[in-house]
Write a protein that binds this ligand. Structure first.
Ligand SMILES: [Zn+2]
Ligand SMILES: [Zn+2]
Length: 347
């Protein structure tokens, strides 16, 4: 079954690092088990920015960028039963295989084929979704939820999964390092879990204002000293630190600020090969628990969509601009506006 699908479309194609072109390409072909989604909104994300700057081992070049999106089913292969043409859907770009070592260990976020068979290329009018992805992770859009909001499902699922690892509990004190979209979603999630004091340390005044509006009781700007942060969490330091920057200095800062017996979530990824010297005694005698986190499972995709539907995540402060897809090269160029959080591209 299929609606009327054109043969060509507009898309933002990465030809080489720093060479992103808005151009006309063929609409992706799809097999009997696959579907084609008409993209209605696609968001900027650090992963796409990194791929633009230096390429990415899992992202095909030349190929379309973009992986945070929402839209409607434009066409479905003959064997598809779970969705129908015309359905408004929230969809993420990956899903586990269910058969590999990690899927067998119930860690499908680490599935060995997760990034080999993904739906990449949401900066386009249409995106093809492989069968195992749409079967598991393509969900009907709740009425009233906009496509832009639904496009946050993927990054929010990552945050929900990370938050489960470090398990912030009612009454705990939480320090969030960073003021990007992830940090701001973490503010809302920590508050929803009943955290007692949530503080955010970042570098951008406008983003810290968003953090305060999202429920942070205190924000610390670039000029703030570590001692000021510790003073807010007196006498011992925060119970939990969420590192949402991905920088060796902030990883170490997280370790130096958390209280003895506390927990750290290292959400922000440092570039490959980076080593971070740490105070071994602080971890041993301080009985610290340090968590890494990667991606999410289909469970968190549903939880994220439910959270968005419930209105408990402040969507529009996170999506700071809404522009036509043709504007995309500008947002990836050197003269891109610097102060945005996420931009929604509308094909
Ligand atoms: Zn992303
Ligand atoms: Zn697997």
């Amino acid at each position: 079954m299929s609606g009327r699908i054109p043969e060509i479309m507009k898309a933002a194609i990465l030809h080489a690092p720093l060479d992103l072109r808005y151009e006309t390409v063929p609409v992706p072909a799809f097999s009997d088990g696959e579907i084609l989604i008409r993209v209605r909104a696609a968001l900027t994300c650090g992963t796409d920015q990194k791929a633009y700057l230096r390429g990415h081992p899992k992202i095909r070049i030349p190929g379309a960028l973009g992986h945070e999106f929402s839209g409607e089913v434009a066409a479905a292969g003959r064997a598809v039963q779970n969705v129908r043409v015309g359905d408004r859907v929230a969809c993420v770009h990956t899903a586990p295989c269910g058969e590999c070592f990690f899927c067998g260990k119930r860690q499908p976020n680490l599935c060995e084929t997760l990034t080999d068979r993904m739906a990449y290329g949401a900066y386009a009018e249409y995106i093809r979704i492989p069968e195992h992805v749409h079967r598991q992770n393509c969900l009907p859009l709740p009425p009233g939820l906009t496509h832009e909001a639904a496009a946050l499902t993927e990054p929010l699922a990552c945050c929900v999964y990370g938050m489960k690892q470090v398990n912030v509990r009612e009454g705990e004190t939480v320090l969030i390092l960073g003021d990007g979209p992830v940090a701001l979603m973490m503010v809302a999630l920590a508050r929803l879990r009943g955290a007692h004091s949530v503080a955010v340390a970042g570098r951008h005044k406008a983003r810290l204002d968003v953090a305060a509006a999202a429920g942070a009781q205190r924000v610390f700007g670039e000029q703030s000293a570590a001692s000021e942060i510790l003073d807010f969490f007196r006498p011992r330091g925060p119970d939990v630190v969420l590192e949402c920057v991905g920088n060796p200095d902030t990883w170490r800062l997280a370790l130096s600020l958390v209280r003895p017996g506390g927990r750290i979530l290292l959400f922000g990824g440092c570039p490959p090969g980076v080593e971070v010297p740490i105070d071994a005694g602080k971890i041993h005698y301080g009985h610290l628990a340090i968590y890494g986190t990667f991606h999410f499972t289909p469970v968190e995709v549903r939880e994220a969509l439910n959270l968005l539907e419930s209105g408990s995540i402040p969507v529009y402060p996170l999506i700071t601009a809404r522009v036509p897809l043709s504007d995309i090269p500008r947002y990836f160029s050197a003269d891109a506006p610097k102060d945005y959080l996420k931009v929604a591209f509308i094909p």
